[in-house]
Design a protein. Structure first.
Length: 718
């Protein structure tokens, strides 16, 4: 009888789902074993995946904005700040320069288990989720490391992929950086409100102090406010800010940073008033900052370097001199009929080219054209010293004689002096003192107009200056340089022929105080010292007895030259002491940028170089040189071309106008530049003051014009 074969036993399934031996809906309910196994499997897979991701991930370069530091620009002492360049107001500091209370407050606010987790905190995540579900204190789940990773390396988008990257980067960061390093980076990265990025900028913005000096109450305030800076700053957010501050203080007790009695004694701090983010480019100093930026670009730095790298830039600008420049223009510049007026002042240290002061305008935010370094104007008679230099180089001396009659026709040019006054035979020194046209145009032709041009270039006038050409009118200043160009050119005279290019940047340091650039002055001898001593003697006489007597108010030896142009389109005074060479330029433009006459400015029918420009020059130098020793010029050891005296004439005790009036630099019919009479305003001193005497000037009243005497033939208008 055949026997029945036993039924084949079914094998056990690895995953009992749907569940065997169950029917109905129970068949589809997973067992606790399945749930546990699935959970464990997911954890293992996630751990393996995270480990692989961490191992293969490279820490990227931080976002520019996250690490951007403001470049600070300083005066020449390297300590007094002029202003800052860069979009992010941030100054990163190491952890040891952040108060321990601030460190503890941030941990109490954002991550109380910071020093015990490895980048992310599963327990903190669970605790935050539970509190949020049950209605407890709303808490975030991100650790400080995660927050830093998000701020420094990732975007702010809300997505699973971004969150996963944040987690991976957090773990990676913890393997490559110390906890203290990450905490410092976090404190230096986050935004605190009031335009402040990083704890150092925030400390100064809210409490006017360094981050190293923050106390517990202030620290809790800053740690609290980062949750919602804009909201907490509003009136509606004040109560919530106080609640958040209490939370942080309580956390500091829990973490052991404060005792309960210390916490109870804390008083909610009041931050300093704030009227909005400060724009460092506001006012006259904006021109200094922009000039510093341009100078850094010339040195090879990029805009990104300047805006993001947090350099410490020491300029050559001296604060005492800069303050004096601003005050001189404010107190001695014209105040009446000044629409479209441009005043540029630049001062250079002879022998080094260091720019010690620069006035480019009243407010950079309103007008970005720097009137000291970018605005140009016809130079007028301030160009005559270049012809004088060229003549001396050809052994034509100060005591050579020339025909100063007027009018004269020279090589097809009809020339006349102001008022058509004939001076007869005059020395070159006399022609320089009184700025007589006819001898100087003849001089320029005799020495060669190209040699006049070359002398200007050798002194420091840029070769590409508009109007700088070999032309008979060049000697009368038909070129249009800037105030800085002329200040630097005359600095070559003051340095006895040693020329240096203008310099604005003295030193550049990185945030960690490593020197990245150091000024190395390079000079070149352009003129013989004997020639320069003769030039300096002649230009001292312009101040002592000529058209520049306003500068006697300085009370110390100086040399200089006035310049006024045809139709009064500009007015200059360029002068120097052995310590400083300074140019002051005045011009006017209409709304379309076209040059217009200065006539009527400050109440004068004609603004000359000896009026407002010389007054501002004198006031500036009085302030800039205060406290410095009085230095004298070297007397010529040899008179070029012979003649002369070994003793310099003393300044006149009273300055009076020549009976025939001061001359004009004017050529007819093709001339362009006029030296109007030096109107002696009421501000001009009537006698040379002692070294400590300030010039007798009335800054808030326009100078009174002294009309030139009538002549038989008025000056022709070109």
């Amino acid at each position: 009888m055949a026997t029945k074969a036993p039924a084949k036993k079914k094998g056990r399934r690895w995953i009992d789902y749907p569940r065997a031996g169950r029917s109905g809906f129970r068949r589809w309910l997973p067992s606790w074993k399945l749930l546990l196994g699935t959970f464990v499997t997911l954890i293992v897979v996630a751990f393996i995946g995270l480990s692989i991701a961490v191992a293969t991930t490279q820490i990227p370069k931080p976002n520019d904005l996250a690490v951007a530091q403001t470049t600070r620009v300083y005066y020449d002492d390297g300590k007094t700040e002029i202003g800052r360049i860069g979009e992010a107001n941030r100054t990163s500091v190491p952890l040891d320069r952040i108060s321990p209370q601030m460190q503890a407050a941030m941990l109490a606010a954002e991550d109380r288990g910071y020093y015990s987790h490895g980048g992310f905190d599963p327990r903190g995540l669970a605790r935050a989720a539970w509190n949020n579900i049950t209605g407890g204190t709303v808490q975030g789940a991100s650790t400080i490391t995660q927050q830093y990773a998000k701020n420094a390396y990732l975007s702010q988008e809300q997505s699973f992929s971004r969150k996963f990257k944040e987690l991976v980067l957090s773990v990676k960061l913890e393997t490559q950086s110390s906890k203290d390093e990450i905490l410092a980076d976090y404190l230096n990265t986050i935004y605190y409100g009031r335009g402040a990025y990083g704890i150092q900028a925030a400390s100064r913005a809210y409490f006017g102090k360094s981050a190293s000096k923050l106390d517990a109450a202030e620290s809790a305030y800053l740690a609290a406010i980062i949750r919602a800076p804009s909201f907490y700053a509003s009136k509606k957010g004040q109560a919530d800010l106080r609640t958040r501050w209490d939370y942080v203080v309580d956390g500091m007790v829990i973490t052991g940073a404060l005792t309960q009695s210390e916490a109870d004694a804390l008083v909610f701090p009041e931050p300093i008033p704030w009227s909005g983010a400060y724009n460092y480019f506001k006012g006259p100093n904006g021109y200094l900052l922009e000039s510093a930026r341009l100078a850094l670009l010339d040195l090879g730095y990029t805009d990104d370097d300047i805006n993001l790298n947090g350099y410490r830039v020491t300029t050559t600008i001296n604060k005492q001199a800069q303050d004096a420049a601003i005050a001189a223009v404010r107190d001695y510049g014209p105040t009446y009929n000044t629409e479209g007026l441009r005043i540029g002042l630049a001062s250079v240290r002879p022998g080094t080219g260091e720019i010690v002061a620069m006035y480019g305008g009243k407010n950079y935010l309103r007008n970005q054209l720097n009137d000291a370094t970018q605005s140009t104007a016809l130079a007028g008679s301030t160009f005559k010293p270049f012809a004088l230099t060229a003549a001396l180089e050809q052994d034509i001396g100060l005591y050579s004689t020339w025909d100063g009659s007027s009018p004269r026709t020279i090589e097809g040019y009809t020339l006349q002096n102001y008022g058509n006054v004939s001076y007869g035979t005059v020395t070159l020194l006399k022609a320089t003192e009184n700025s007589i046209n006819t001898p100087y145009v003849e001089l320029g032709l005799q020495v060669g107009t190209d040699n006049v041009r070359k002398a200007a270039i050798k002194a420091g006038v840029p070769r590409d200056t508009t109007g700088l050409k070999a032309d008979p009118t060049t000697v009368l200043g038909t070129a249009s340089p800037t105030a800085l160009d002329m200040a630097n050119a005359y600095a070559t005279f003051a340095a006895r022929g040693e020329r240096a290019d203008p310099q604005l940047i003295k030193q550049v340091k990185t945030p960690d105080k490593q020197t990245d650039y150091e000024l190395d002055v390079d000079t070149k001898r352009e003129f013989d010292q004997t020639v320069m001593d003769n030039v300096n003697f002649a230009l001292q006489q312009v101040v002592n007895v000529g058209t520049g007597t306003t500068a006697l108010g300085l009370g110390r030896p100086s040399a200089g030259k006035t310049g006024t142009t045809d139709n009064n389109m500009s007015a200059w005074y360029v002068g120097y002491t052995p310590q400083l060479s300074t140019a002051v330029m005045m011009a006017k433009s209409d709304k379309n940028g076209n040059m217009v006459t200065l006539e009527g400015t400050g109440g004068l029918s004609s603004v000359t170089g000896g009026s407002f420009p010389a007054q501002m020059w004198t006031a500036f130098n009085r302030g800039a040189l205060e406290g410095l020793p009085v230095e004298t010029f070297e007397m010529p050891g040899e008179w070029v071309g012979g003649g002369g005296s070994t003793v310099a004439p003393s300044p006149t005790t009273s300055v009076s106008e020549s009976p025939s009036g001061l001359p004009t630099d004017e050529i007819t019919p093709s001339g362009e530049v006029t030296e109007s009479p030096t109107a002696q305003p009421t501000q001009t001193p009537t006698q040379a003051p002692a070294a400590t005497t300030a010039p007798a000037q009335a800054p808030r009243q326009p100078p009174t014009e002294v009309a030139p005497p009538p002549t038989s033939q008025p000056a022709a208008s070109p």
